[in-house]
Design a protein around this ligand. Sequence first.
Ligand SMILES: C[S@@+](CC[C@H](N)C(=O)[O-])C[C@H]1O[C@@H](n2cnc3c(N)ncnc32)[C@H](O)[C@@H]1O
Length: 197
Amino acid sequence: MTTPNDREHTHTLDSPSQNLPRPYLVEPADAWYHVYHWLKIATHVPGDLAECGAGEGHTAASILTALKEFGESGKQLHLFDRFDGVLEEVKERLAPFQNYEIHAGEFAETFRDFGTPLCFIFADSTFYESIAETIRLADKTLVTGGIIMFHDVGNRFCLGVDAAIQECLRQDRYYYLRIQKAPPDVDAGFGVGIKMR
Ligand SMILES: C[S@@+](CC[C@H](N)C(=O)[O-])C[C@H]1O[C@@H](n2cnc3c(N)ncnc32)[C@H](O)[C@@H]1O
């Protein structure tokens, strides 16, 4: 049986364009370029978006800026995290936007009754069980053609991410690509799962 890594693809994209939302760039700049690229593709598919592991809201601000640029402000961004001690900071950071919703708490709780169809999930929660939970959320809510994008793939400090993708992302349901951050000497990249069925 082949595993997602057996059909691994490595893409290195060009430098970010001047049009990217500079005030909210995720460092390094190339990392945000990859998210922007896949986000743009996913927004052609019906459904809302989610970030699972929204932390202090930096990536969320970038995603919301990009949605505005794409003319997609009707799509809601659902933010999942414990948000321990950072909720006010997140709300302040996202003050320019209205099209987001905060789901504060453990994934196991907040995912349970969530059934909104999604076109894009950004999975940035570092740990095996949290990524496994996020994949189960994608199984339930991601529409066909939607994209789940994983951060910290290949990062030796977050080995649970690769393990959860390998063990939980079903290859009969997702086409999986491994995206290397540029420059290639950065030891981490992204994983992209496109929902096939
Ligand atoms: C790497 S940080 C995310 C950074 C974020 N994307 C940003 O732009 O600031 C990982 C986040 O995942 C959250 N997390 C991990 N496992 C979780 C779980 N089981 N339930 C809720 N939040 C979780 C942590 O609280 C943490 O804020």
